[in-house]
Ligand binder design. Structure first.
Ligand code: SAM
Length: 391
């Protein structure tokens, strides 16, 4: 009881990390029912929003930005001052970071979204956070596979994707325990989440918010003159949905005589009234889009699948396709020698090959198919051995 009394005033300075609300995939609820006006907040903080840029509710992709009037090519659409993006370490960091920094060091580099996610979770818990006008506008739930039911995860049916989803789920469950252990003996003033419980679900929320919305941009200037590349959450800019044929792009610009870096979105081409403002999130395959963003692109030109090179499987596939007398599983010695050179045979072969994407069929696989479908050793050996470069 005494402990509860002590905790109450501390907790009243923090916002809860869990919410419950009905969700629709295309229009997920935001963290609070009527969040502050993001456009006004950006302008109040010294940023710029083009007068024809508005937030729209009714896209099939959730919220999005749309042009309420024509915008000429090259116009600035949004400009964020340097203090507005949410980065892992910012000028506004406080003592609770002495806990969240070591916690973030326990996150593997490839799960960088969780590192920035810890910072996001910390700011979400803090009443009076500078970023609350932004955070309160974030979706309450995400459609990424770590939140799929067990049955839906199984139905993904693609081993490399299943592997990644399982890895992320396992990480979140283990990390939940690590976080609990680190937090259990902290004084309320040192607690980065205001004394609140952090579980796999709130960690997953934060990781997905970052993976689906953060952009990797130039960070601080390094002593050697180059810039580090760091993930940042870009308020308002991250309301732009994705297209491989975007009409806007992100620029970083330094104002004359000012060391601070501005982050801008500019019109790539003329934008007509009612056009959505679209950015290219990257030339990514559907695996990446699904894992990090929770959507896939139909007929994605960058999509590819990974296969294990397997002669018996290729025999079965070619019989199903009606190719006469396939002998992928029993190559002649001269064919085997070439497979060896292509690193598809031998003691430690690299059997992972890809189909799809701009290359369509990975060069090594194409070369192997040509060699194995040829009966003419002389012809193959007199020509250049097809390889990854010359296909
Ligand atoms: C950076 S946010 C964009 C703003 C978001 N629509 C919102 O409601 O806040 C990225 C998310 O928007 C949605 N999205 C963006 N582009 C999409 C697209 N081309 N197809 C389907 N969903 C998309 C996905 O839910 C994705 O995770």
């Amino acid at each position: 009881m005494a402990a509860a009394k002590l905790l109450i005033p501390t907790l009243s300075h923090f916002r809860p990390l869990t919410c419950a609300a009905a969700v629709s995939a295309s229009n997920p609820a935001r963290l609070v029912p009527r969040p502050p006006d993001l456009l006004k907040w950006i302008k109040r903080e010294g940023g710029f929003v083009h007068e024809a840029v508005t937030i729209t509710q009714d896209t099939t992709y959730g919220l999005g930005l749309v042009a309420s009037g024509g915008i000429p090519k090259g116009s600035d659409l949004i400009v964020l001052p340097e203090h507005v993006p949410l980065k892992f370490q910012s000028d506004k960091d406080d003592e609770a970071d002495s806990v969240s920094l070591p916690l973030s060091n326990r996150v593997p580099e490839e799960l960088w979204a969780m590192k920035l996610g810890l910072k996001l979770l910390q700011e979400r818990a803090k009443v009076g956070s500078f970023w609350w006008p932004y955070i309160s506008n974030l979706p309450e739930t995400y459609t990424v596979p770590i939140f799929f039911s067990g049955e839906d995860i199984k139905n993904l049916q693609y081993a490399p994707l299943l592997y990644q989803v399982n890895k992320r789920c396992r990480f979140l469950l283990e990390f939940e325990q690590e976080v609990k252990n680190v937090l259990k003996n902290l004084k309320p003033s040192e607690h980065p989440f205001g004394g609140q419980d952090v579980d796999a679900s709130s960690l997953g929320w934060a990781m997905s918010a970052v993976s689906s919305r953060a952009f990797r941009l130039y960070g601080k200037k390094l002593p050697n003159g180059t810039h580090s590349d760091i993930p940042m959450m870009l308020p308002l800019i991250d309301m732009c949905n994705h297209s491989f044929n975007p009409n806007a792009r992100i620029l970083q610009e330094q104002d004359a005589g000012n060391p601070k870096m501005l982050i801008k979105v500019v019109a790539e081409r003329e934008i007509k009234q009612s056009d959505p403002l679209l950015l290219n999130y990257g030339c990514l395959s559907n695996d990446f889009f699904l894992l990090d963003y929770g959507f896939v692109i139909p007929s994605n030109p960058y999509d590819h699948i990974e296969l294990k090179y397997d002669g018996a499987l290729m025999d079965a596939a070619s019989m199903a396709a009606g190719v006469s007398s396939p002998n992928f599983s029993s190559p002649a010695p001269w064919q085997q020698e070439i497979l060896f050179q292509l690193n598809l045979d031998g003691e430690v072969p690299n059997l992972k090959v890809t189909i799809g994407g701009p290359e369509l069929v990975e060069g090594r696989l194409l070369a192997a198919l040509r060699v194995l479908l040829s009966n003419d050793r002389e012809m193959v050996q007199s020509g250049t051995l097809p390889n990854e470069d010359n296909g």
